[in-house]
Design a protein around this ligand. Structure first.
Ligand code: GN1
Ligand code: MG
Length: 364
């Protein structure tokens, strides 16, 4: 704890650190809320997981480029329509660096806390869903003219589903786990959907879908909501901002928002995809970003919703079989339980294909 105080103190530009508490439920990095001894003095301190992000300086490079671009675009355009919108701010160390490498080699960075805001792992109501969609749409709109090549690839293979499938097959071939009904269900589940993994990458290779600047992880937890107006005021967690398909983002946002039982429920068999929430999210998204979605983009939306839920299940399941080397687990078999939830969600998406396509048709 002393160590955390001293690390936080190296970022604080004025005042004294009075509290450091673990914050949020991140599966990769460790996040802390730091409180200072003056009114409103709070910021976010993060220890970057360098096993996952092996070039953390690239992460900060992307963050500075993307936040700088968004801030300029907000000033130059009317995209926010006068609404409150906050772009995360990198807080430098006292020595003027955007990150800190501690003596034990750990990598730390600080980001301003968006005052008067909070976020939720599960959607509260349709207004919340609409706002989550709006936040992602505004994020895409603000970055629409940033050439994706100006950003580094901070996490090679991220959201490239065929790579996850290949890795899964290698891990499965070596897996020594004893058979169980859940394990067998997951193996069968993946086996029946091998073709699905290629859908977006094939469309990308054929030039039907184009690379853009994406968020990479727009789950509902990452959309900050103003505590009094109940409007979205920012989107945080910019570590996976990089070139990609907006489909990864839209699929990820929907697989998160439309699962009202959350990513961690113990009743995985009851998980379902809520189409009213999907409609509200896509409505909010379209209100700011409909303009840059092409016909091809819309043609692949259903596939992306199905794929990203499946892909996350596959990533959790592979990690379970590999011995929890990627996602932080909080209990035994946690990654298996997480995988079952995403697979069940995928099935629910499949059975509601017509309803989801009808929502997408309304966007045309
Ligand atoms: C991870 O650590 P966190 O919660 O921001 C993961 C996302 C998953 C998410 C599922 C870099 O994000 O891809 O969708 O868990 N991030 C990375 O909760 O792998
Ligand atoms: Mg994240």
């Amino acid at each position: 704890m002393n160590n955390l105080f001293s690390i936080a103190g190296q970022f604080a530009l004025r005042g004294k650190v009075i509290d450091v508490t673990e914050f949020g439920k991140g599966n990769i990095n460790r996040t802390f809320l730091v409180t200072m001894d003056f009114d409103g003095g709070r910021f976010i301190l993060q220890r970057i997981n360098t096993q996952v992000f092996c070039k953390p300086d690239l992460l900060m490079h992307n963050m500075l480029i993307s936040t700088g671009h968004m801030t300029r675009r907000m000033l130059e355009t009317q995209l926010t329509g006068g609404r409150r919108w906050e772009v995360p701010v990198v807080i430098p160390t006292g020595a003027g660096k955007e990150y800190l490498r501690a003596s034990d080699g750990s990598f730390w960075r600080a980001i301003g806390f968006i005052d008067g805001s909070e976020s939720f792992a599960v959607i509260n109501d349709c207004n919340h869903a609409q706002e989550v969609g709006y936040a992602l749409g505004l994020f895409h709109a603000l970055l629409a003219d940033l050439p994706p090549e100006s950003l580094a690839d901070t996490l090679e293979g991220f959201h490239i589903a065929p790579r996850y499938l290949r890795h899964y097959e290698e891990v499965l071939a070596k897996c020594q786990l004893a058979s169980s009904p859940e394990l067998d269900y997951c193996i069968r589940f993946v086996g029946q959907r091998r073709d699905l993994a290629h859908v977006l990458e094939d469309a990308k290779a054929e030039g039907r879908l184009l690379l853009r600047t994406i968020h990479g992880d727009p789950k509902t937890d990452n959309v900050m909501m103003d505590v009094s107006t109940r409007q979205a005021v920012g989107i945080v967690d910019l570590d996976t901002v990089k070139p990609g398909l907006v489909h990864y983002d839209i699929g990820d946002c929907l697989r998160s928002a439309c699962n009202l039982m959350g990513e961690d429920t113990d009743k995985w068999e009851s998980v379902c995809f809520d189409t009213d929430v999907a409609s509200a999210v896509l409505n909010g998204y379209s209100s700011v970003a409909r303009g840059f979605l092409t016909k091809n983009d819309l043609d692949y939306l259903y596939d992306s919703i199905r794929l990203i839920a499946f892909e996350l299940g596959l990533r959790f399941f592979t990690d379970y079989m590999e011995g929890d080397v990627y996602f932080r687990v909080r209990r035994p078999n946690h990654n298996l339980a997480r995988a079952l939830i995403q697979f069940r969600l995928t099935e629910s998406i499949e059975t509601q294909r017509a309803a989801i396509n009808s929502i997408i048709r309304d966007m045309r």
